[in-house]
Every structure is written in structure tokens, then in C-alpha cells.
Design a protein around this ligand. Structure first.
Ligand code: PLP
Length: 399
């Protein structure tokens, strides 16, 4: 008998967190590292939110809450989704969790089991396949077209449909590409889901961090086009309000699914953190000006990093519509060598950036996207310029 259960072997550790750890270690040694690996804004949580959290502690909001979340926060979610997403959702179809990561994980636990298959699009956020695997189900990968906004082809999805497919995970705006999928492909996916009785799990973690046009939630498209697909929407306070450490995410959708997720959550963690829930009400209903300031800053940084990356010979980077990631392609450099050592893949290239240039990035192979590297740009414009300069100097030395 082995000490650990098989599921530990079956899943991969989060290598994005691994890069963050390596960056922190180098920094602690006093090394001048430029870190493009963090998946979080570089702003502090806005003061009004912090103030409300302090008041909650003084008031004694330090106890367990209702398993699905406080009524105040669930109602605040309803107000927010009406205001921002134009959706009317009753509070009993909302679940508050310890970060959206938990929402997504619970969704997979509640919906999938052995024998089920779940469609995941490549490039994918690293945790999607692991959530599915932990639920004993099987991820089925569908490629997207990097020359077409990283969108999939409807026919490609159709070829993967079988009686075992039960769900489909969509993440727009996407981590790692930053791409926002067009209404056209989303409507096609919703129709396919309806026809084949698939649940669509829509990870809308970056819904508010969009730069060029207004974001439309997939559930809103579902309603506007009268499709009637079963959509479970998952959203987060982490990125929008720079609250990654507070761990508040939420999901809404079909009551049976929300109830199933709530049941599992009640046995796994009881409820989300009470103080963060109180702060979450302020985040969703209070002053939103910080969000616009953040979006403006991210847009300037996006424009800068994409410009600088495309200036490098042989590097191609699309302009991402949202989130805070640039996802350039380095195919032209694979197969070349640095001081006699061959660069076989994006892991080698990302390691070279780290070892020699002290620039931390995340290799695309880990997102199912060989040849690409993810650059998170919630850093100052000066660091963006210096960091990309360092990358350029290294690339010029490859032969
Ligand atoms: N979904 C995506 C695509 C993400 O990038 C992240 C965090 O990086 C999450 C969900 C989870 O966010 P959180 O658990 O902080 O709410």
C-alpha cells in the first residue's frame, strides 16, 4: 500500500507558482530580478475595502458565515452582476467561495466523475486540466488558432464531441493569451452546448480588465440569443480589486449545480473567510474609481510591452484585449543555441531568460502552447522597458 493516494501522482503542481517562488528566492539573494511571472496586479487593495475589513473585525464579524456566503455578499453579487453584466440573478443561485479557484474546482467536483470528458481549449489556464483530473474525469483538448485571436474552430470542437463529453470550459479574457473571444464563436459554442447537453463553465476572472470594448458575459449572450444552454459563471474579486490574498470568488448559475457545489464546500471549508466577505461587499458596491485607474495603467503597459516585443526580430505578439498578459511567440528562436546549449522548447528559453538575464517569465509549453512565453505586465513601464531589453540582448546572442 502506498502512502499517498493516486490522485497526488495524477496532478501536476502549479508551475506558475513555481516561477513566482524562484523569482522570490533570487530577489531574497539580492539579485536584480525583473519579474514577469506574477498573476496579480501590483496595486494595493483600495483603502475603502481595507477600512471595511478592519471595521468588520472590530464589529466581531469573525465567525463562520452561512456556507454559501453571507446574505449581504450574495446580494452584493446580484447588484454587481445587474450593474456590470446586465444579468438578473437571484441570491440563492450565488455561491461565495475561497477564491474563484475554489469555485472552479467545486464546479468540477459537483459536475464530473469517472467516465466523463471535459473540453478544454489550448492554450489553457494551468489549473483547468487538474481540476478535471481531480474529479476523476478526462480533459479533452481542443486547439485554437493563434492567427485568429486564439479562437477555436467550431468544426474542430465537433470532432471531439462524443457521448462522454459533459462539459466545456471557456476562459475569455484568457489567461495566458489575454484574448477576448468574439461573440460569434461564443454563440456557436453555446449552441453546441445546448444541442449536446453540455454544461458551459465560464471562467470570467478577468471580465473587468478589458481595454478596447465592453465585455459581454457568456450568460448574457446565452440569454440575448435565446439559446438556453446551461452556463455556470465563475468570477473573482482577486484581479479587479487587487485582492488576490483575500480569497473571494463567486459563481452563479443553475440552482441544482450551485446547491451541489455548496454542499461540497460546506464539508470542505465550511465557508469563505468572514472578514474578506465583509470587505467584498464594499469592493462590489463601493467606489469603483480604482478599477478605472487600474485599467488605464494596464492599457498603457500592454501597449508598451506588445510594441517592444514586436520590435524584436522574429518575435510575434498579438495585442491582447484583456487581462494583464502578453503571450508572444518565439518559434523563430527554437532550435538555436546559447553558448553551445540548444534551446529545444519554451521551458529552455524561459530558463535562459531567468538564468542569464534575470528575467522571470512563464513558458508556454505549460499552458499547452509550445513556442510561446507568458509575460505578466503588472509592473512599471521602466521595468517593462528594461526587462524586454534584457530579453532582446539574450536573443541576439542565440545562433
Ligand atoms: N481563473 C483564471 C484564468 C486565473 O488566472 C485565476 C488566477 O490566476 C483564477 C481563475 C483564480 O483566481 P482566484 O482564485 O484568485 O479568484
Amino acid at each position: 500500500m502506498t502512502l499517498l493516494a493516486n490522485r497526488v501522482e495524477q496532478i501536476k503542481p502549479s508551475f506558475t507558482l513555481d516561477m513566482v517562488t524562484r523569482a522570490a528566492e533570487l530577489k531574497a539573494q539580492g539579485i536584480d530580478v525583473i519579474n514577469f511571472s506574477a498573476g496579480q496586479p501590483d496595486f494595493n487593495t483600495p483603502d475603502n475595502i481595507i477600512k471595511v475589513a478592519k471595521q468588520a473585525m472590530d464589529r466581531g464579524d469573525t465567525k463562520y458565515t452561512a456556507g454559501a456566503g453571507t446574505l449581504e455578499l450574495r446580494e452584493a453579487v446580484c447588484t454587481k452582476v445587474k450593474r456590470e453584466n446586465n444579468l438578473i440573478i437571484p441570491y440563492d443561485r450565488v455561491l461565495i467561495s475561497n477564491g474563484e479557484k475554489q469555485s472552479l474546482s467545486l464546479a468540477c467536483q459537483a459536475l464530473f466523475q469517472k467516465g466523463d470528458e471535459v473540453i478544454i481549449f489550448k492554450p489553457y489556464w494551468v489549473s483547468f486540466p487538474e481540476f478535471v483530473t481531480l474529479a476523476d474525469a478526462t480533459p479533452v483538448f481542443v486547439d485554437t488558432n493563434r492567427n485568429k485571436n486564439f479562437e477555436p474552430d467550431e468544426n474542430e470542437i465537433k470532432t471531439k464531441l462524443s457521448g462522454n463529453i459533459k462539459g466545456i470550459i471557456v476562459n475569455s479574457p484568457s489567461n495566458p493569451t489575454g484574448a477576448i473571444w468574439s461573440e460569434k464563436i461564443l454563440v456557436k459554442i453555446l449552441k453546441l452546448a445546448k444541442r449536446n447537453k453540455l454544461v458551459v463553465i465560464s471562467d470570467e476572472c478577468y471580465e473587468r480588465l478589458v481595454f478596447d470594448k465592453k465585455f459581454i458575459s457568456i450568460e448574457k449572450l446565452n440569454q440575448d440569443h435565446n439559446i438556453g444552454a446551461n452556463v455556470l459563471t465563475c468570477m473573482s474579486l482577486s484581479k479587479t480589486y487587487s485582492m488576490t490574498g483575500w480569497r473571494i470568488g463567486y459563481s452563479f448559475g443553475d440552482k441544482a449545480i450551485i446547491d451541489g457545489m455548496t454542499k461540497i464546500q460546506s464539508q470542505a471549508t465550511s465557508c469563505a473567510n468572514s472578514i474578506s466577505q465583509a470587505a467584498g461587499v464594499e469592493a462590489l458596491l463601493g467606489d469603483q474609481s480604482m478599477v478605472s485607474i487600474m485599467i488605464k495603467k494596464f492599457k498603457e503597459r500592454r501597449d508598451l510591452i506588445v510594441f517592444l516585443l514586436n520590435e524584436i526580430n522574429g518575435v510575434n505578439c498579438d495585442l491582447p484585449g484583456g487581462a494583464f498578459y502578453a503571450f508572444p511567440n518565439f518559434d523563430n528562436y527554437l532550435g538555436k543555441s546559447f553558448k553551445g546549449k540548444k534551446i529545444e522548447n519554451s521551458f529552455d528559453l524561459s530558463n535562459l531568460f531567468l538564468d542569464i538575464a534575470k528575467v522571470v517569465t512563464v513558458p508556454g509549453d505549460g499552458f499547452g502552447a509550445p513556442g510561446h512565453i507568458r509575460f505578466s505586465y503588472p509592473v512599471s513601464k521602466k521595468l517593462i522597458s528594461d526587462g524586454i531589453d534584457r530579453v532582446k540582448i539574450i536573443l541576439e546572442q542565440l545562433n
